[in-house]
Ligand binder design. Structure first.
Ligand code: CTP
Length: 399
């Protein structure tokens, strides 16, 4: 899901807390962010290039004039690439340089060039931290619009007890993500999403399937996780990947497997969104061996699959939100409304087939959302990630 990945530049300066930044890199990566690390020469006394590159899966940047890099003006490119820059640990030195507009290495240059949110997590000896000029510099960074993640009190590496210990990586991660994602309206909520096509076997090598790419369901899963939800993504075969650790992926092939997986977790869900293109019919008696070519005609007997949306609609509690999708070619609104009521859903998302760029296999979509009380919300043609945001925002209103 490249389009929705958050870009984080992590700046590391020369403090012992740099070892904790390795965990911070891991947290951003585990949660689906792209991370590039810029370290000062002094930082490299505390951590290694191999560790940083292995964790971030990107080349480490240290030098302002690194001729091996693919672009010439590296500090500008990185400042533009970033959605946020996080300096952790931030020494008195980098804080002082940034506060006074000094740019004498790659990191300090990026900080001056960057117009994105900048987070500074100071870490130093308590006397240094409380020294008036350092405090003045921190105040001046706050006034510039930087977000200061204040250090904790406690045992410091220099052997004293005081304020100056870098905030824990988990807290830094949370602060940054909350700032970037805004409030997390789905925090503490469980969301189940179905995605992709189903493959119904004809014989061991052939199947009946459809052209669903899974993009809409995967986008919903990523956005729901970013909004704070724990997501179970039950997906048919697709080439898509999800890296967010709050998205628990369950792979299935057939409509029956998808039904079984959904039914086994539906009770504990707060929200269920059925974005999969589930086969309505499946070969009645799939052949055990590969079917050989014989007559001019071959007839396939198909039987109806279980309707997952309708089955959940029958058992769901009033405090569970159930969302279905509809793809109609005629009497769109009427048919969608019929589906909404017949399957006891709380909302139906009507996919447009009339608009170019909407529907199956495309990266964009255009939808009309209709709620149980027949309120409608329309989304223009936009990326599936943005449509997913619109859908989940309406779901939040229903909660
Ligand atoms: N759906 C489901 N289980 C099925 C078939 C469909 O959960 N066996 C869900 C889809 O995920 C979607 C909704 O039902 O959210 C509507 O799917 P759609 O195929 O448009 O509707 P059907 O009820 O199958 O009706 P029809 O194909 O006749 O339009």
């Amino acid at each position: 899901m490249e389009e929705s990945r958050t870009h984080i530049v992590i700046g590391i300066t020369g403090g012992i807390a740099a070892y904790k930044t390795m965990h911070l890199i891991r947290l951003f990566k585990k949660n689906g962010c792209d991370v590039k690390v810029v370290a000062t020469q002094h930082a490299m006394e505390f951590v290694t290039k191999t560790t940083i590159e292995t964790l971030s899966q990107n080349p480490l940047c240290v030098d302002l004039f690194d001729h091996s890099m693919p672009y010439n003006v590296q500090h500008i490119a990185l400042a533009e690439w970033a959605d946020a820059v996080v300096v952790a640990p931030a020494t008195a030195n980098i804080i002082g340089k940034f506060a006074h507009g000094i740019a004498d290495d790659l990191l300090s240059t990026i900080l001056l060039a960057c117009r994105k949110p900048i987070f500074i997590a100071p870490a130093m000896n308590d006397n240094m931290y409380l020294e008036p000029s350092v405090q003045l510099n921190i105040t001046s960074l706050r006034e510039k619009g930087c977000y200061i993640i204040s250090p904790n009190s406690g045992f410091l590496a220099c052997g004293t007890n005081g304020t100056g210990r870098m905030e824990e990586p988990e807290e830094i991660y949370k602060d940054v993500m909350q700032f970037l994602n805004g409030p997390q309206p789905l925090s503490g909520k469980k969301v189940m999403i179905t995605a992709g096509p189903t493959y119904e076997p004809i014989d061991p090598v052939r199947f009946v399937g459809n052209r669903s790419s899974g993009l809409m369901g995967f986008a919903l899963a990523e956005v729901a996780a970013k909004m704070g939800a724990e997501v179970t993504l039950v997906t048919g075969p697709t080439h898509l990947d999800t890296k967010n650790e709050h998205v628990h992926r369950v792979n299935v092939e057939t409509a029956e497997e998808m039904y079984q997986q959904c039914m086994s977790v539906q009770e504990e869900q707060d929200i269920m969104i059925m974005a999969a293109a589930v086969a309505d019919y499946t070969p009645a008696d799939p052949a055990k061996e590969k079917i050989k070519k014989k007559d001019d005609q071959l007839q396939l007997q198909l039987t109806k699959t279980k309707d997952i949306l309708a089955s959940i609609g029958k058992v769901k509690r009033d405090n569970q939100i159930l969302v279905g999708f509809a793809l109609e070619t005629e009497h769109e609104r009427e048919n969608a409304l019929k589906k909404l009521h017949n399957k006891n859903a709380d909302m139906i998302v009507l996919n447009s087939l009339r608009d170019k760029g909407a529907g199956f296999g495309t990266p964009t979509n255009k939808v009309l959302m209709i709620t149980k009380d027949e309120q409608t919300f329309e989304s223009e043609l936009k990326s599936k990630a943005d449509i997913a945001k619109d859908i989940l925002n309406v779901v939040c209103k229903l909660l």
